[in-house]
Every structure is written in C-alpha cells, then in structure tokens.
Design a protein around this ligand. Structure first.
Ligand code: IVH
Length: 703
C-alpha cells in the first residue's frame, strides 16, 4: 500500500489521495470481511482504527474521491451479533389509513377544517402507489451516501449501509445534492426477482420466502452484505426527513428533483384536484395493481403544497397532510379449530381463533382475533347484529381476512357447513390464568380479570410490553425468554430487568451455560439493558402499561409535567389529582382515573417507584432550539379565533413547547381569548393570568 500516512491530507496531490483512498478502502473492507465472517482477523483493532481514521481524514479533504463502498460513515459496522443502531435525524412516522371513500372525504375535511378552508377551497393532493416493502432512510452528506437505516422504532433504526450499495434506485453519489439530506423510501423486491430468488433458494435447499416483502426484508437485514448483494432489491424514494434547505415548493416538484438526483421515483405519481379525482385515481391504480410487477397495498395521498404540509404538521404518529388509502383486505375460508382466551396486560380477556392454517394473500394464517364475547355471539359493541347475527362455534367453516400488517380477523361463517351437535361458545366468567372473577363493566365490550397485578398473566404481559419495540426495545429479550425467566421467578416486575445481572451474579448463575445462550449474547443482553437505563419520561410512562395510557397520552402527560417528579408529586397531593390531569388537553376522565388508580394503589405504586429508582429519566422533550421563549408555558385557548383554526393554533403552540390546557387555573400562564370568550376569560381575569387577543397571539407566533 502507498505509504503517505505521515503526509497531511491537505498536502497530498489528488492522484496520491486517490491511490491511498483506494488502498485503504480495500484493506479495511477485507479486514471487516475477515472479522465479521468470523475468520481470523487480518489486522488488530488498533491498526484497524488508525487506518479508518486516516481514511476518514482523506475522505473529508477529497470527498469526491470517496468510494461508494467506503466503510466510513457507517455508524457502527454491524457487530457479529447484530446491526449497529442509529438515531434518525427526524423521526420516521407512519401513515393514517383510509379504508373507503368516506374515510378519504373525512381526511380532506379534517385538513380543510384545520386550515380554516371553506368547502370551495381544495388543497391539491399527489397520489402514488403505496409500496408493500420496508421503509429505509438514507442520509447523504455533500452528495455522498453516508448511512442507510431501517425504520426501527421510528426514532432509532438499524444501520444497513453496507447492504444498500447494490439496491437499484439508490444513488451512492449525487452531484446536485443539498449539504445534508435524509431521503426516505421503500425497499422492495419485484415479482420477477422474487421468483428468481425463491428458485435459487429452492435449488440450494435454502429458505423459501412467503412473499416479496418478506424476501426483501430477509435480504436487506442480512449481516453478511455479500448475501444482500446477491439478492436483487429495488428502491422508490417517497419523501424526506431532515434537509439542509429545500427540494422545491411542492411535493411533485420535490419528487422530480429527487428523480433528477438519481433516485428511483414511482412513475405513477400524479396530481388530484378534487375528491372525485382522488377516488378515480385510487380505482385506476387498483386496476393496474396486477400489472405493476411489484406489490402495492394502497394509494398514498399527500397535500401537494409544502407550505401547507408545514402548517398541518404531524400528530405524534403520522403527518396530518398524508393518508394511506388501503386496498380491500384479502380473504380465505378455513376451519375454526378452537378458541383460546388470552389475558392481556390490562386484564382484558381476548378470544383468539386457532385456525386450520390457510394462505391469505401470500401469508399463512393460523390465528385470528375474535375481538370479544359479543363478536363471537354475532353482535357489535352497540348490540347491533353482525354477520346477520350468526355466532361462531368451534368446528365452524369461517372466512378469514387480512389487510396489510393488521392482525387477521374472522369475518364470516358458512352455516351450511356447521357440524351437527355444535354448541354456542361459552365465554369464561373467570380468568383462565388466575381464576379471579372476570368482570364486564357496563358499557365495556371487554371482560377483564379482576386480579390486577396479582394475576400472573397481567404481570407477564406488562413485562413483555415494557421491553417491546415501541417502549424500551430491548433486543435479546424476546417473549420466549421473558416467559422462561418469569417461570423461574427471575422476573416479576419491570424493575427486575435492571437488577437481573446483579442477582444472577450473586447467585453465581451464568446464562451462557443454558441452551440458546452464549457468552456474547449474555454480555450483549446486559449491555443492552444497561443502555436503556436512561429513558424518556413519556416512554417510561407508556411502558408502565397503564390502561388508556398509550403513546399519545403518555406524551401529553409527559409534556404537561416536564419532569417525572412533578407527576409523582401531583399523584401524592392530598386532594385528588384528577382535576389537574383532566385539565390537560387530550386527557379524558378514563385515562386520568386509570393513572390515578395505578399510582395510588400501594402494590403497583411500589413497583413503579422501584422501577424509577433504577432509571435516569429524561425530562419531557423541550422544543427545538431557537423557539424556547414560551416553552414550558401552559396556554388555554378560548372563544373563536378568526384567522386560524383552533386545531392549528394548538398544534403551533405545541410545536413551541407549550402545554395546552382546556381549563384556566392558577397554573395557566397565557389565555388566548378569541371572539365571544366567556367564563374562561373571566376566570383568567380573576386569577390575574395574562390574556392575549388573537392579534397578540399572531404577534407571538411571529416572534
Ligand atoms: S409517505 C411519514 N409514500 O408506508 C411517512 N409512504 O404505512 C410518510 N410507504 O412507513 C410516508 N409507500 O414506509 C409514503 N408512496 C409512499 C409509500 C409509503 C410505502 C410506507 C412508508 C411508511 C408506511 C406507513
């Protein structure tokens, strides 16, 4: 190898740099392959690090010479046991769904209402196929692909940079790029490629993939990038995350710009300027579905104007400016072999259909949800008949349907095939796990085990929830492992995850002496647990698995209280905390009661406190830098705002880090009083809370 290593990068000629960059890239890649392929390492770690930092230095000085396969910038090359992780610069959200024309109309009306448009004004929408693949986020710095990451939990994804170099439609180097770009899209496998891959898998005696989506996922998430390279994958860009600058004024021209940069962009994108147009476009894409050559599962509509997209912003899970209109579900008939009752983390008894395995839209289905006892009996939650009132019995011939990734459901039953002597299903009135009474409250469709935290099923489900993907996302702790540890009483409550290693050590127990565990997986598990001690307030609250406290409510509560201690203090106040809780925008009575119940019930509360003592709780997210002037303030909107809808005003306040409350109290900082504001304004005056007119509010926004 050319040894210029002592020469400062800036003093090299371009030709010298090119030679050294090529040599270093080759040496590092071959060293990585030897290392990750578990052959003997070619060079030691220190030498590897020093070569890598030299390459990084050269690439920074001569960035046009960087080779696409360069190992630099891959945040943590995949360790032998898994992928590196990376935080997305901007979270990867999901999409709200629309299942029929009515849902689509609702989506458009919601947008109109939010923006304060009248019915004659129609914000234009783009329409494009919804690709049934895996989302991918690509980051580029100065036009060079720096990192590719899967969606992961939306905040942190798995780094698969080495695996995208051969994905069609992903440019590795862009001449006309923005300084930093996070480009989002979908990786998929075409039908032709899928058949070829399965053919060669069959010949080699390898795994046969059930559908192109699984094949794409299995191929992209390969630790050995040589395998990925041998699998034909493609990519369509459909959007972006963080950008230095802008790609255009509207969605359509931004997509054109991405196409000019070398990204594959779906050729079916078009503009719609009326609801009829949207419905027609949906039908048109659906009609083409079987001829596209790749799987799609719906049509995505996006507000075309990027200025309006910005005004609409996001809810906590999805952008308000886009919707996925889904194709109707796929169905199949099979026999209902048995009905099992599972007990969830909040005690809900959920009936699950065990089915004779059947293929529904390319996926083998053997379980389906039966919702609740009414559903089995042939009624909906309002007591209206469904399926013409036909009940479901064990042994029946039933129709199963499946829409996208949604859990399969039992839709119908064929009475002509009902076995003679079959009997209606008797829904249990005691918990099948702990034997406590299973109670159905008035107005609730669900029967619940009354055993609370003492019910082993509820304990176990809370543990699983706590480490699941949307919560702590602890890898290496799958459901089977938790069940096993639970059976051995190694785990009982969430705090136990964090004391497990110390307790095992005390008892002289090593996991790696057990089947399925090795030294590396044991070390990784405890390192992973350690890394999760620092946890965001909202995540922790959501992770407790309290009824009605989902991700959105947890986020609202966390933003309201800011710090964990403030929430606890509120729960400990003599007077009931309900008043404060329900004053929080979006927190209703049921959520408040469930929260207060769990915090005030001694056994549960002790478990929560033991958990909190193990953790370093990150206060709730404050707004982005530069907009912090009013962050943390509590604001109340009252009366009619003329220039902006209430929804937009609240979203803007939230984006500034304010807490929105629906009632005025001594804790309120600001009241925006629109036209015809009555009692809240009066109360604000009495309490001496600052009152803003609509004009003041717009001035505040401009600040
Ligand atoms: S736009 C904020 N456009 O569908 C997310 N998504 O169900 C905006 N998807 O995670 C996404 N095709 O990965 C968009 N043409 C398309 C898409 C698409 C597939 C995926 C996307 C997202 C998922 C949501």
């Amino acid at each position: 190898m050319a040894d210029n290593r002592k020469t400062k990068a800036a003093d090299l000629t371009e030709a010298q740099a090119e030679r050294e960059i090529t040599d270093l890239t080759r040496t590092l890649l071959s060293a990585e392959e030897a290392y990750f392929g578990k052959d003997a390492p070619e060079i030691d770690d220190a030498e590897y690090d020093s070569l890598k930092s030299r390459l990084a230095e050269l690439e920074a000085a001569f960035f046009t010479l960087r080779l696409p396969e360069s190992p630099i910038g891959r945040v943590g090359s995949p360790p032998a046991e898994g992928f590196g992780k990376a935080r997305h610069a901007q979270a990867m959200l999901s999409l709200d769904n629309a299942f029929d024309a009515g849902d689509l109309e609702d989506f458009v009306s919601r947008i109109r209402r939010f923006l304060g448009f009248d019915t004659s004004e129609f914000p234009g929408f783009t329409a494009e196929p919804k690709i049934d693949g895996l989302s991918l986020s690509l980051t580029y710095r100065d036009g060079i692909l720096e990192q590719a990451a899967t969606r992961g939990d939306g905040t942190i994804g798995e780094v698969v940079t080495a695996n995208v170099s051969t994905v069609t439609g992903v440019p590795l180097r862009i001449t006309d790029a923005l300084g930093f770009m996070e480009i989002r899209g979908e990786v998929y496998m075409s039908h032709d490629d899928f058949h070829k891959v399965n053919e060669s898998q069959r010949e080699a005696g390898g795994h046969i993939f059930a559908n192109p989506r699984n094949a794409a996922a299995g191929s992209l998430r390969q630790l050995d990038s040589n395998i990925t390279r041998s699998r034909p994958l493609s990519f369509f860009a459909h959007g972006w995350g963080q950008l230095d600058g802008s790609l255009g004024d509207d969605q359509l021209s931004a997509m054109q710009r991405l196409s000019d940069m070398g990204f594959a962009v779906n050729p079916e994108i078009s503009l719609c300027d009326g609801i009829e147009d949207m419905v027609a476009r949906f039908q048109n894409i659906e009609a083409k579905r079987s001829t596209l050559g790749y799987d799609i599962d719906g049509v995505v509509f996006k507000v075309n104007s990027l200025a309006l997209q910005r005004r609409l912003g996001n809810s906590s899970t999805a952008p308000r400016w886009a919707v996925a209109a889904k194709f109707p579900a796929e169905t199949a008939w099979t026999s209902l072999d048995s009905i099992e009752i599972q007990v969830g983390r909040t005690g809900a008894l959920s009936p699950v259909a065990r089915l004779h395995p059947v293929t529904v839209g390319g996926v083998v289905v053997s379980n389906a949800t039966l919702h609740n006892e009414d559903y089995i009996a042939g009624f909906d939650s309002e007591g209206e008949r469904i399926r013409g009132g036909r009940d479901l019995r064990i042994g029946d011939w039933v129709q199963v349907y499946r829409a996208g990734d949604v859990i399969p459901k039992v839709a119908d039953v064929d009475l002509s095939k009902r076995q003679s002597g079959s009997v209606p299903f008797h829904f249990p009135v005691t918990c099948p796990v702990c034997g406590s009474d299973a109670i159905r409250e008035k107005g609730d469709a669900v029967r619940r085990c009354s055993g609370g935290f003492s019910c082993p099923a509820q304990q176990l489900e809370r543990l699983k929830h706590f480490v699941s993907r949307p919560v702590l996302n602890i890898e290496g702790l799958g459901e089977r492992v938790i069940e096993q540890f639970f059976e051995e009483s190694l785990l009982r409550e969430p705090a136990d995850f964090f004391t497990l290693q110390a307790r095992l050590r005390e008892q002289g127990v090593q996991l790696n002496t057990r089947a399925g565990w090795g030294e590396v997986s044991e070390a990784n598990l405890f390192a992973e647990i350690e890394s999760k001690r620092r946890v965001a307030f909202a995540k922790l609250l959501f992770g407790l698995g309290i009824r009605h406290v989902g991700e959105v409510a947890a986020e609202r509560l966390a933003r309201h209280f800011g710090r964990w201690e403030r929430l606890v203090a509120c729960m400990d106040e003599d007077r009931t905390p309900l008043e404060e809780l329900i004053s929080i925008e979006g927190i209703g009575g049921k959520t408040a009661e469930a929260l207060a119940h769990d915090f005030q019930q001694a056994a549960t509360r002790h478990a929560i406190d033991r958990l909190a003592a193990q953790l370093d709780i990150i206060p709730a997210a404050q707004p982005a830098a530069g907009s912090g002037l009013h962050s943390g303030k509590t604001i109340v909107f009252t009366g009619t705002l003329l220039k902006m809808t209430r929804a937009e005003a609240k979203a803007r306040a939230e984006a500034m880090g304010m807490r929105i409350s629906s009632s005025v109290s001594a804790k309120t900082d600001l009241v925006v009083a629109g036209e015809a504001s009555g009692s809240k304004r009066k109360k604000a005056e009495e309490l001496g809370v600052e009152i803003l007119t609509e004009k003041d509010w717009h001035r505040l926004l401009e600040e």
